[in-house]
Ligand binder design. Structure first.
Ligand code: SF4
Length: 284
């Protein structure tokens, strides 16, 4: 069997940094993490064994304790709330996401803000928190008209468009074109913030999927960038599957004559990629 493992598989820079900083924080003390540190159960379990407790709200963190904010970032009001509760914040927000927050904070002074991204994704929720009331999340083409209606209710004459870092690059371009067409006679500033890591990984996934007859995407079930990779894989290779761990691989589904591609999302540890590869190598 020929196996091609994507060179851009696995942890991105932001996730690597967040995990390293979390490990340093947990060296000698326990700490809480607001939300899943990354969308990967194996990574979460490992950090929880070192003293991390995952919580869904700051109310679950006792006053004065340490709380980590994950790579996706949090809304501005969450920082304020932690301060009121005298909680020590260890900020693991990716530098790229922080920059998006800063730009949104500045843009809201004179613009209506549109965020292209998944409405329920924590990164988008965090950015919306910085963008303030005069902002709207556009997830699909159908949301653009609603965004326009909201814009009309404001005094703004300018629209600033920013993005979630892990959305599909090509869909982002499409939505930006549609926004320009719909916001006529309005100054529209387009600021595409799709992370280069995401774009490169998506392009490599597309390329590998076109070369193989079976494609495996590895990543967390709730990982946005993993589901994008799976979508791209499926579009280019009918026999694509998405798994979280090597245990989910059914070796019987593979044969020695297969050419199999492997790509992993930004929150997948390298060990899992290796395990999947090793398991496939047992097929003969
Ligand atoms: S995908 Fe990019 S922006 Fe998001 S955490 Fe990773 S490096 Fe940061």
């Amino acid at each position: 069997m020929e196996i091609i493992v994507g060179k851009t598989s696995g942890f991105c820079m932001g996730v690597k940094r967040a995990i390293k900083k979390a490990e340093e924080t947990l060296d000698g003390k326990k700490a809480y993490c607001l939300g899943e540190i990354v969308h990967n159960d194996q990574v979460i379990k490992k950090l929880e064994s070192k003293g991390m407790t995952t919580v869904n709200s700051l109310d679950e963190v006792p006053n004065g304790e340490t709380v980590m904010f994950r790579a996706h970032g949090e809304a501005e009001e969450v920082y304020e709330l932690a301060k009121q509760k005298n909680q020590e914040v260890v900020d693991l927000t990716c530098e790229k996401v922080k920059l998006i927050h800063e730009k949104a904070k500045k843009a809201k002074e004179d613009s209506f803000i549109i965020i292209l991204g998944k409405k329920k994704h924590p990164e988008t929720i965090g950015t919306k928190g910085f963008a303030g009331e005069n902002s709207f999340v556009v997830e699909t083409e159908d949301d653009i008209l609603d965004a326009y209606k909201e814009f009309e209710k404001t005094d703004s004459s300018k629209v600033y468009v920013t993005t979630q870092t892990t959305i599909s690059s090509s869909y982002c371009d499409f939505l930006m074109d549609e926004i320009e067409k719909n916001f006529i006679e309005t100054e529209v500033i387009l600021d595409k913030n799709v992370c280069p890591t995401t774009e490169i990984r998506q392009a490599e996934t597309r390329k590998i999927a076109q070369e193989v007859n079976k494609m495996i995407i590895i990543g967390g079930k709730h990982s946005s960038n993993t589901s994008e990779l799976f979508k791209i894989a499926k579009e280019n290779c009918e026999n694509s599957c998405c798994i979280e761990t090597a245990e989910e691989i059914k070796v019987l589904d593979f044969s020695p004559t297969d050419k199999v591609g492997i790509m992993a999302g930004a929150s997948t540890p390298p060990e899992i990629v290796e395990e999947v590869k090793n398991k496939l190598e047992t097929v003969n």
